[in-house]
Design a protein around this ligand. Structure first.
Ligand SMILES: CC(C)(COP(=O)(O)OP(=O)(O)OC[C@H]1O[C@@H](n2cnc3c(N)ncnc32)[C@H](O)[C@@H]1OP(=O)(O)O)[C@@H](O)C(=O)NCCC(=O)NCCS
Length: 147
């Protein structure tokens, strides 16, 4: 399924990604607004060692985005955090999120030994558990994966 998708790392936020963020905003996913805010302020451009932000296209259309940060809630080295993952409503359950995460997991190996994330929805939890993440009871992470 993942062969239908083109996943690429970005170094700027283009109009297509802004349009995806606008859809996320309408759905109430404020974390995508924070992606833009932090990118524009320079506080987080996913550009430190091991970090990357990816977009996913299907037949040229931007359908998903998500990235990999050093975990800002952890002082220890080697801990990454999956952040700002979002799939457009009409592309869901079609494998776009998985295609994105395959790339994020591949990028994370070699840089991080542990990945953490926080999802607040049942569908997010089901998605990450299908990928092999385990539930965590940490206050700042809902799921973790040892790499
Ligand atoms: C969660 C999200 C990233 C999943 O992306 P997706 O492209 O739809 O996921 P995939 O199609 O790759 O799904 C892979 C597997 O994850 C699980 N999964 C995904 N969405 C699910 C859902 N709504 N309910 C149950 N399981 C789900 C399934 O096991 C699925 O495999 P299957 O479709 O063969 O059953 C996407 O729904 C999304 O962006 N939602 C809005 C934002 C959000 O909820 N973010 C998480 C909270 S912060």
């Amino acid at each position: 399924m993942t062969q239908n998708f083109q996943v690429s790392a970005i170094d700027r936020i283009d109009e297509d990604l802004r349009a995806l963020v606008a859809i996320a905003h309408v759905e109430g996913y404020a974390f995508m607004d924070r992606l833009i805010e932090h990118w524009e302020s320079g506080s987080n451009r996913f550009d430190r060692p091991g970090e990357q932000y990816f977009i996913v296209r299907k037949h040229g259309q931007l359908v998903a985005a998500g990235g990999l940060n050093r975990d800002p809630y952890c002082d220890k080295e080697g801990i990454g955090r999956v952040r700002h993952v979002y799939v457009a409503p009409d592309a869901r359950r079609g494998g776009a999120g998985t295609a994105l995460m395959v790339e994020i997991l591949s990028a994370a190996r070699g840089h991080f030994t542990l990945l953490r994330l926080r999802t607040t929805t049942d569908r997010g939890a089901a998605f990450y558990e299908a990928l092999g993440f385990a539930r965590s009871d940490a206050t700042d992470a809902s799921h973790v994966m040892q790499l």
